[in-house]
Ligand binder design. Sequence first.
Ligand code: NAG
Ligand code: NAG
Length: 499
Amino acid sequence: MRSLNRLLSTGLFLRRCLCTAEVAAEESPSLVRKGDRLYRRLSRLGAIGKTVSETLDEFFRDGGVIKKNNLERCIRELRYYSNFQHALEIMDWMQMRGITLPQRHHAVRLDLIAKAMGISAAKNYFDDLLPSEQNLYTYGALLNCYCQEGLENEALELFKKMDEMNVASTNLAYNNLMSLYMKLGKPEKVAPLVEEMKEKDISPSTFTYCIWIQSYSCLNDIAEVERVMEEVKKDDKEKLDWSIYSNLANAYIKAGDFMKAESALKQLEKVMKRRDRQAYHFLLGLYANTSNLAQVKRIWNVYKSVFPVTNNLSYLVMLQSLSRVRDLVGFKDVFMEWETRCSSYDVRLANIAIKTYLEADMVGEAELVFKRAVKRSAGPFFKAREMFTLYFLENRLIDSALRHMEAAVGEAKDNEWHPPPKIVSKVFDYFHEEMDIDRAEVFIKLLKKVGSCDSMTYNLLVQTYISAGKTVPDIQRRLEEHGIEMNDELEKLLEKESK
Ligand SMILES: *[C@@H]1O[C@H](CO)[C@@H](O)[C@H](O)[C@H]1NC(C)=O
Ligand SMILES: *[C@@H]1O[C@H](CO)[C@@H](O)[C@H](O)[C@H]1NC(C)=O
């Protein structure tokens, strides 16, 4: 799930590459064997309400053998699935029991602390380390944290210090800075760092090449992108893997040169391993971005012949690709195939179907998908309801739109959902245009239920009344009752209203 989010949200910002740049996760998590009883217990802690040390003690008492590498694997696994607190607790437990901690454990711990408790806790941890423990790895881990958080000044200051201590000459440190600059939207800062690396005789990694290419692509400098490619091919052939070709293809796509993009994708396919799911996902997405439906279908068939069991993530990527090239017939086939085969219903796939059908104005089809999703999954359905609301608003079917908002409010527990401001203002646009104060009041009641009534919403309400040539009854009392402070804009509106 998490890797999916990253894959989707970072696009071509390769997850694989990011992992390489992550200090404590040099190795991809060796998935714990299915039958691993200890990991099973540890990963279910939340559900059974026990602490890590209770679980470990209990496992020990029950005669379970706890091996050190097994614990280390559990730490890696928990970290991979963002369960940082529990990973930390395993390390505490090992320390308490006098078990030797893994090599570089300070760096791992620092990273976990940053993620579980925030960057300043991590900094404190670093400051409290013995001078001998403030080494290449712990400095590197702290730098990684700063860069991930986008903290430019802190990162640069630390990097300077690392340089003085002679621990800055690694491609990891440079790669971190480069990703920081990309994140901050300063791609022009990447190339000088590559130069600096070369001057210091640090050889670029695959990740360095990827990000270097991305930086020129962001600067719309395709000639430089091609120059980097020539350089890799000439000087560093062994680092030329599929991720570099996917970045190259993406650069061509952005530049609108689909012919060259497709020839890069052919190269990608040549160098990738046959059983690399992620590579197929990129191939699907990138061919879709060149609008080449035939290739999307071909890759999907190759993929399915290599992996007879297709997982929900792959279906999701394929559906997004088909949606992007607007192949609605193919989309429906693949979606139905997934629905019949899947063992657990994944709402994200229903959402992409609903989105695609609504965009194509096939609301009946979208509603059928939604019905099945509600039947087969426990939700949450907020995303789908938001999409329906917007669709119905656009088509001026206000009651259908409000019905979805009302249902979403009914389904929201503990502040887990608030209507996005964009939707709230669109709903009010409608009320304003139609001078519909009755429905506006109904909507305000809904918003109150999820604690989403603020001065912005009251502004919109007052405007609706003004458009209808009326005044809001009891506005002062209502504002006070809901603890909403008067702001300038609201005051002006009320003045206008009373005139
Ligand atoms: C395809 O293009 C979309 C929209 O620009 C983008 O979000 C997506 O990341 C691209 N897909 C790949 C695999 O690069
Ligand atoms: C996606 O598939 C995996 C494995 O096939 C499954 O464990 C997971 O529950 C599915 N995700 C959802 C949200 O259904």
